[in-house]
Write a protein that binds this ligand. Structure first.
Ligand code: ADP
Ligand code: MG
Length: 255
């Protein structure tokens, strides 16, 4: 069975895209077949996968509008090794153009149904808001991975995210669950990091993943070369952390 995870948090800059690209590459390293879906009009997951977002002939926008199939939109990435449904700024128009369409929150779920069998994992990178694009991701997903940067204000916003998850679960997608909360840009020497991390585990208990992603400059550099950190610097702390995350996710889901 294909596992579909939405990587989401309406806060920007918490490591959603970094997690998508590097977790996807780490799952490929464990011989899993992986599709990454870029649901953010900023197209950062597309760029970070080595695809020039300005050159796209088809993108997730065409998919949501019903003008192209997932088979037609998907691309192979190199050296990352996963498949990608790419996005660019066109996607910003999807919300307005879908406003009067029936089943507008199911567009991504329906589009993925024809190609899901080709993958063990589908990861969906969400935009930094709880808009129709995020709702599409939550409707298509089985699990939600929430990256959290352990800093002041980190917990603010988590409550409204969890409310949205509950609303989607009680209406269009009853199977939806939180797969894990991931601590990113973790700096153990910083006492604020420790405080926020303790609050997270107190409140969310074993929903907080054991793997933490350290702050690592290699992770920030890799996207400018259009590759995951595993291809850029396989021995970096960032690479090892995302490999460990892939391992934990495989174990937690008994895969
Ligand atoms: P989001 O998708 O949630 O907006 P990004 O993944 O784009 O967040 O990360 C925001 C910025 O922080 C990017 O410049 C990225 O390269 C950097 N970054 C993300 N994770 C790390 C990390 N663990 N260490 C260092 N820099 C990171
Ligand atoms: Mg992003």
């Amino acid at each position: 069975m294909t596992k579909i995870f939405a990587v989401t948090n309406q806060k920007g800059g918490v490591g959603k895209t970094t997690t998508c690209v590097n977790l996807a590459a780490s799952l490929v390293a464990t011989k899993r077949r992986v599709l990454l879906v870029d649901m953010d009009p900023q197209g950062h997951a597309t760029l970070g996968s080595g695809i020039n977002k300005k050159d796209l002939t088809l993108s997730v926008y065409d998919l949501l509008m019903g003008e192209a199939s997932a088979e037609d939109v998907r691309l192979k990435t190199d050296p990352a090794g996963y498949d990608l449904l790419p996005a660019n700024v066109d996607l910003a128009g999807a919300e307005v153009n879908l406003i009067n369409e029936p089943h507008r929150e199911r567009r991504l779920a329906d589009a993925l149904s024809t190609i899901k069998k080709d993958y063990d994992f589908i990861l969906i990178d969400c935009p930094p808001s709880l808009n129709l694009l995020t709702i599409n991701a939550l409707t298509a997903a089985r699990g939600v991975l929430v990256p959290v940067q352990c800093e002041y204000y980190a917990l603010e916003g988590l409550a409204s995210l969890l409310d949205t998850l509950k609303r989607v679960a009680s209406t269009v997608n009853p199977g939806l669950e939180v797969m894990g909360i991931l601590r990113t840009m973790y700096d153990p020497r910083n006492s604020l990091t420790q405080d926020v991390s303790n609050q997270l585990t107190e409140y969310f208990k074993d929903q907080v993943l054991g793997t933490v992603i350290p702050r690592n400059v290699r992770l920030a550099e890799a996207p400018s070369y259009g590759m995951p950190v595993l291809s850029y610097d396989a021995k970096s702390k960032g690479s090892l952390a995302y490999l460990a995350l892939a391992g934990e996710i495989l174990r937690r889901n008994s895969l």
